[in-house]
Ligand binder design. Structure first.
Ligand SMILES: Nc1ncnc2c1ncn2[C@@H]1O[C@H](COP(=O)(O)OP(=O)(O)OP(=O)(O)O)[C@@H](O)[C@H]1O
Ligand SMILES: O[C@H]1[C@H](O)[C@@H](O)[C@H](O)[C@@H](O)[C@H]1O
Length: 350
């Protein structure tokens, strides 16, 4: 398996005096309203950008976030958004008609009931970044926005939901169009990673896309599958008690990029993605990662890097890395089952 470092891409680098900044995240925050049997069960901060920055901030990976919200935005966030005073924040209603207890991976029907402004190239800083993440949720990323991102970032990871979503003009129901008809196809040979859920993957030709970039298809409790050129492999999941699937794909992408920034191979980085995805499904809204869990994961990542540098035979055996991350992950599950044991200095709260 040669799914090793992120594919190098993009325009030739001009000589740089200023070091790149780390990660640029582009996508709007939104308000998520979770509805079950006709009643609102929760209202939370949403948007792929919020879940991803939560993973990056928790993992001490420095990032810059470009997001637009309206006058009604109601959450305190670390990365301030641009406020469009005459607009409303993007709102998604998620209908869990099958229940949110995770039995049978009950999925949501999503409706965008309000949409903030798109993110324009001029909203994005002119600096250079190691990684860019195009992670829109409500159609806010335009082709010209993605073009600017591939120009200023060494590697760009794209969530396909930012490209293929269209919204019913009457009730805002989210529908998907084929990637080829999305208006973004001509830019995709310049991106490094394309992430899709298994449902979204039906709207692209994986065989074709894997020739252009590394394709990662997430598959809920089954983990994910990576495709690049002639290589493909399944990356195993971590056990989780699903409460709400919202944001799992976003946290997955956050974990993947944390791994890549740390210098892990793509399969190892995807394993980190699975780890953060699995923790996210156990929460409603933004997960708060256990500090001890984060430290153990950091330590395992450093060990893994050393091991891979010393012996090439370790590079492809990510099962071993999975085994070592699992106890770290379960230390977090324990903390959620026994929250009282963890107050006073050891809480999950940031
Ligand atoms: N029930 C689960 N158990 C363990 N891991 C899970 C579960 N659900 C999701 N994950 C992890 O999260 C990743 C992303 O989940 P999924 O494929 O459901 O993404 P998604 O449909 O894009 O999610 P969303 O749109 O809700 O953000 C999976 O690849 C897996 O690693
Ligand atoms: O907050 C969520 C989340 O970011 C999901 O990835 C996205 O599919 C939804 O539209 C959004 O409401």
């Amino acid at each position: 398996m040669t799914l090793n470092p992120p594919p190098s891409q993009q325009t030739p680098q001009s000589p740089r005096r200023i070091p790149n900044r780390r990660v640029l995240i582009v996508g709007n925050y939104c308000h998520d309203v979770l509805i079950q049997n006709g009643s609102v069960v929760a209202e939370t901060l949403g948007g792929a950008a919020s879940f991803i920055s939560n993973v990056l901030d928790s993992s001490s990976v420095s990032c810059e976030l470009v997001s637009k919200v309206g006058h009604d935005f109601r959450y305190e966030v670390i990365h301030s958004p641009i406020v469009a005073p005459d607009k409303e924040t993007t709102i998604f209603e998620a209908y869990f008609d099958l229940g949110i207890d995770g039995i049978g991976h009950a999925d949501r029907v999503l409706k965008r009931v309000s949409a903030c402004d798109p993110i324009l190239p001029s909203d994005i800083p002119d600096s250079r970044f190691d990684f860019g993440m195009a992670v829109g949720v409500g159609g806010e990323i335009l082709p010209e926005t993605l073009e600017k991102m591939v120009e200023i970032c060494d590697v760009v990871a794209v969530d396909i939901q930012a490209l293929i979503r269209v919204f019913d003009p009457v009730d805002g129901a989210v529908k998907l169009v084929d990637l080829k008809e999305s208006g973004f196809f001509h830019i995709l040979h310049r991106i490094g990673f394309l992430k899709a859920s298994s449902d979204e993957a039906l709207f692209m030709d994986v065989e074709q896309m894997k020739q252009l970039c590394c394709v990662v298809v997430t598959n809920g409790e089954k983990g994910c599958r990576i495709y690049h050129m002639d290589d493909e492999m399944t990356v195993p999941p971590f056990l989780a008690k699903q409460v709400d699937p919202t944001g799992a794909g976003d946290s997955f992408l956050g974990g993947l990029v944390v791994g890549l920034v740390e210098g892990l191979t793509v399969p190892d980085a995807a394993l980190l993605g699975n780890l953060f995805g699995s923790i996210t499904v156990e929460h409603i809204g933004q997960p708060k990662f256990d500090l001890m869990m984060l430290q153990r994961v950091k330590d395992e990542v450093q060990k893994r890097k050393k091991q891979c540098n010393l012996s090439s035979s370790h590079k492809n055996d990510h099962n071993e890395f999975h085994e070592r991350l699992s106890p770290a992950r379960f230390s977090c599950v324990d903390s959620q089952l026994q929250p009282k044991l963890l107050v006073n200095g050891h809480s999950c709260d940031r």
